[in-house]
Design a binder for this molecule. Structure first.
Ligand SMILES: NC(=O)c1ccc[n+]([C@@H]2O[C@H](COP(=O)([O-])OP(=O)(O)OC[C@H]3O[C@@H](n4cnc5c(N)ncnc54)[C@H](OP(=O)(O)O)[C@@H]3O)[C@@H](O)[C@H]2O)c1
Length: 316
């Protein structure tokens, strides 16, 4: 089958021919119809998980996928052949990814049936970014009627976080690059402030003179995270997905700092599906590409040039 893989850590991703993987006990085989592109994919190619988890090479990239179950491993009873499923397929050994015509996934992890109204492309856009967004929203403690600053509101995590927060009745202040302002408004952000100028924080303060209840920063770096967090009211929460939050100083009257560390699960994915269906919005997919386009999409993601969510469509 065709797949996009690296031959060793930090090697350039390339289109390769590899045998389709066989489902082990408790796993199903899936004909992949679509695979979501995440920054996590090139980080895995760089070896971010290598100290903790076993890998196989060529390492087929991609953690998010959607497709049709084609075979059941021993004891795999949750799905049947022909079921449409999607989820975060990451499992050990790392390297049996979703940038491929077929993959395998243990049935006990973050996989679920694809809702009828969603295409495979829409489903593949959801798992990692959507679950991280929901986790962040839940851990922010913001109630309906409250306010949330999202730095990087139009990327993968940011667009799901904005849509989920707005659907929950939370007022979203989006800090985005100037060219992304319209996209942030389309997602439902109530106020938008452009980043990249020295007075960005002052403009955000002018838009929310009483501050915000919580903040989610998916961009960093640490100095920027700490600066933006000064908008959070005392007792509020400042979360980041890029591990730049310092330890909250003991006795601090400022916000509580949180480094998100997504723990994907079938239960979290199920809750996300229910909430996304309630938003009555299309899943935000910015661009669809062919499998051959994955290596250059990863170069663009690494350089911060991918806009919104990109999905690889492999077709039926
Ligand atoms: N901790 C965890 O458990 C966890 C889980 C998932 C992901 N992550 C990490 O979280 C990060 C974000 O993930 P993602 O999927 O959302 O990535 P993404 O789709 O690449 O989105 C990144 C966002 O950052 C924005 N951005 C970049 N520079 C900016 C700037 N100077 N000002 C304002 N916005 C800026 C981009 O804006 P444009 O759209 O305008 O380019 C884009 O909206 C990645 O590093 C990922 O690996 C962590």
């Amino acid at each position: 089958m065709r797949a996009v893989a690296v031959r060793e850590f930090r090697a350039p991703p390339e289109l390769v021919a590899v045998p389709p993987p066989e489902p082990a006990g408790g796993e199903v085989a899936v004909r992949i119809e679509a695979a979501g592109v995440n920054p996590f994919d090139w980080k895995i190619a760089d070896g971010i998980l290598s100290p903790r988890r076993p890998h196989v090479f060529p390492l087929v990239l991609g953690v998010d996928g959607a497709g049709v179950v084609t075979a059941l491993g021993r004891g795999a009873s949750r799905f049947r052949v022909g079921d449409r499923v999607f989820g975060q397929f990451l499992h050990d050994p790392v390297g049996i990814g979703t940038y491929a015509e077929a993959s395998t996934v243990p049935t006990g992890i973050a996989v679920a049936p694809i809702p009828e109204a969603w295409s495979s492309v829409e489903a593949a856009a959801v798992p990692t970014a959507g679950m991280t967004a929901l986790d962040a929203l839940e851990r922010s403690g913001v109630e309906p009627g409250g306010s949330l600053l999202i730095v990087g509101a139009t990327g993968g995590i940011g667009s799901f976080a904005t849509a989920l927060a707005v659907a929950r009745g939370i007022h979203v202040l989006a800090a985005v690059r100037p060219e992304a302002a319209d996209r942030a408004r389309d997602l439902g952000a109530e106020a938008v402030v452009a980043t990249g100028t020295a007075d960005a924080l002052d403009r955000a303060r002018a838009a929310r003179p009483n501050g915000v209840d919580a903040m989610l920063d998916v961009v960093g770096p640490r100095e920027s995270f700490v600066r933006w967090s000064s908008l959070v009211r005392p007792g509020g929460t400042a979360l980041t997905s890029v591990y730049v939050a310092p330890t909250t100083p003991p006795g601090s009257s400022g916000p509580r700092f949180v480094n998100l560390d997504l723990q994907p699960s079938a239960e979290l994915l199920d809750r996300l599906v229910v909430l996304l269906q309630r938003t009555r919005r299309r899943i935000p997919v910015e661009r669809t590409i062919a499998l051959e386009g994955a290596p250059s999409a990863l170069v663009e993601s690494r350089a911060g040039r991918l806009r919104g969510k990109t999905v690889i469509a492999l077709g039926r």
